[in-house]
Design a protein around this ligand. Structure first.
Ligand SMILES: Cc1cc2nc3c(=O)[nH]c(=O)nc-3n(C[C@H](O)[C@H](O)[C@H](O)COP(=O)(O)O)c2cc1C
Ligand code: SF4
Length: 526
């Protein structure tokens, strides 16, 4: 009998593909065949250590050994060096699970990501998959909702609204039909955790949505996926087919006699389509503009029916809560921020990637211990947390614990957990202008403060930077920003002022101002 093939893992995650993972997989298959070596190449999700992609792993008796970043041209040398037995090579990193970046994480949601073949149902099940759904099937809907409430889970899409309370509204609102909708628009700058779940562990998302659907009495669910994620789309479609075929989705979920159907819809490339009501308009086939609220989507959402609309990470956090209990999940975190958050480190950072940790670590720990400082080697000057509507924080704020309330006290937001780092070469006036311009470009146009205010805001910043009556521009900008914050219909116009005002307050010199000039602004404390 010939020996079993050596198992190699090469990610199929789009971050890995973008730096040549496909070529590496081909090179490994070709080179092994030429040498008469039998290999099985598994295409896994990414471990989230993006600076090491393409990360190749080989299964050895001691565990999986990692090599990276691997180029196709490295493959012959790697095989010469004994890659297939975990042998020495300059790209050898050691046992994957022992790498400090991974080892120090608390991966609840990302436990399988990078470990398994995302499309393998047996691997999903072997590593705890469907256990949350099976538990939920044995419980009344109200009990499932109660567990989610007690876990302390708050929406991971940005607003941090308690998921259990939203679900209870859907449960308690009588209707002939209810829906579950997943917000997979992931438009925030520097964020990629939704994508990694969809590409690396799609059944986890399906499981979370099925738990919601069965608990709330919704027989149909939709994943609204941004059009910029073609790899995620391909993987989700293949996974949906397999999950339906194996009876995890469809008319008779796990033989329970209860139905939950799940479909994928592709968005059309607009930031505001990530706002929940604009998303619902788009899902209904209309132009994605924001709806007036109330009613909230939980009362009258998709096609006017009660709708549990949540972010990918919110749904993906639910299976572990049902499987291991509300208290288990609650035990992670701090204050009113319970559980873990997959932080995403991006921008000018040496070790960019995905770090799932309990709430409460500091921004400094994240950027220095995990991120290794800037990629340029220059000092950090500013950090933007929470996407394009998040405030710019100066270095003096780096010791803030990452939880919803602590960050709000510093004038920041946690949002979807994106952290974008800038070094001391950044021009903060240009960043402020960009933030306002982004709002002007992406505004859906429904309300005046955002539609007109953002354009006037860009013009005012331009005059300020050009040095035209600076005191007047500062006063005008303050007034304009206050109007946008107070009177915009949604958070796009309502929060776009935060990066602008925080940039001026913390980095006045970039605008030709002194700290005294900007004292009245009080950025972030609106
Ligand atoms: C302009 C704008 C864009 C948004 N984009 C997203 C997005 O891409 N993904 C997301 O989950 N939430 C986004 N949100 C937040 C959603 O409106 C909503 O709060 C969220 O999807 C609810 O799910 P959660 O409770 O699980 O967080 C956005 C909000 C605004 C105002
Ligand atoms: S704030 Fe901007 S994006 Fe939001 S409703 Fe008003 S115009 Fe539309």
């Amino acid at each position: 009998m010939s020996a079993a093939p050596v198992r190699l893992h090469v990610p199929l995650d789009s971050a890995a593909l973008s730096v040549g993972a496909e070529e590496v997989a081909h090179a490994l298959a070709g080179e092994a065949a030429r040498r008469g070596r039998r290999v099985e190449i598994v295409r896994n999700g990414s471990r989230g250590m993006l600076w090491l992609e393409p990360l190749v792993e080989v299964t050895t008796p001691a565990g999986r050994v990692a090599y990276g970043p691997v180029a196709a041209s490295d493959v012959p040398g790697l095989l010469d060096g004994g890659l297939l037995t975990g042998g020495a090579h300059r790209l050898r990193l050691g046992l994957t699970e022992e790498l400090p970046y991974l080892k120090r994480q608390e991966r609840l949601t990302f436990a399988r990501i990078g470990v398994t073949d995302p499309l393998s149902l047996p691997e999903y099940e072997a590593l705890g998959g469907w256990r949350g759904l099976r538990a939920a099937l044995g419980l009344p809907g109200a009990e499932v909702v109660d567990r989610v409430t007690r876990s302390g889970l708050r929406g991971r899409g940005g607003a941090g609204f308690p998921t259990g309370i939203k679900w209870k509204t859907v449960l308690d609102t009588p209707a002939d039909r209810k829906y579950v909708v997943c917000n997979a628009d992931e438009g925030d700058s520097g964020t990629f955790s939704d994508r990694m779940v969809m590409e690396g562990d799609p059944y986890l998302l399906f499981e979370g949505m099925a738990i919601a659907g069965l608990a709330l009495g919704a027989t149909h669910g939709y994943i609204y996926l941004r059009s910029e994620y073609p790899d995620a789309e391909r993987i989700l479609l293949a996974a949906l087919e397999r999950a339906r075929g194996a009876g995890f989705l469809g008319d008779d979920v796990l033989g329970s006699g209860r139905a939950f159907h799940l479909e994928l819809r592709r968005g059309a490339g607009s930031y505001v389509c990530g706002e929940e009501t604009a998303l619902l308009e788009s899902l209904e086939g209309k132009r994605g503009i924001v709806r007036y609220r109330p009613p909230m989507p939980a009362v009258a959402g998709l096609f006017g029916r009660p709708t549990a609309l949540n972010n990918v990470i919110s749904f993906a956090s639910v299976p572990v809560i049902l499987d291991r209990g509300a208290d288990f999940y609650r035990d992670f975190g701090t204050g009113r921020s319970r559980g873990t958050l997959p932080f995403q480190l991006a921008g000018n950072v040496a070790r960019g990637g995905l770090v799932e940790k309990a709430f409460g670590l500091t921004l400094r720990e994240l950027i220095e211990d995990y991120g290794g400082g800037t990629a340029s080697g220059r000092p950090v000057r500013a950090v933007q947390v929470g996407g394009p509507l998040g405030a710019f924080l100066p270095v003096s704020a780096l010791d803030v614990p990452l939880d919803y309330e602590a960050l709000a006290q510093k004038g920041g937001i946690l949002g979807h957990g994106g952290v974008v780092v800038f070094d001391d070469t950044v021009d903060m006036a240009a960043m402020a202008r960009y933030a306002m311009e982004f709002c002007a470009i992406e505004s859906c146009g429904k309300c005046t403060p955002c539609r007109i205010g953002s354009t006037r805001g860009v013009e005012t910043i331009d005059r300020l930077v050009a040095g035209k009556r600076r005191d007047r521009q500062v006063a005008l900008l303050k007034d304009l920003c206050e109007t946008m914050v107070q009177a915009s219909l949604c958070a796009l116009g309502g929060m776009a002022p935060y990066p602008v005002l925080s940039a001026i307050e913390h980095f006045p010199e970039d605008f030709g101002l002194t700290p005294t000039d900007v004292a009245p602004l009080g950025a972030g404390r609106h």
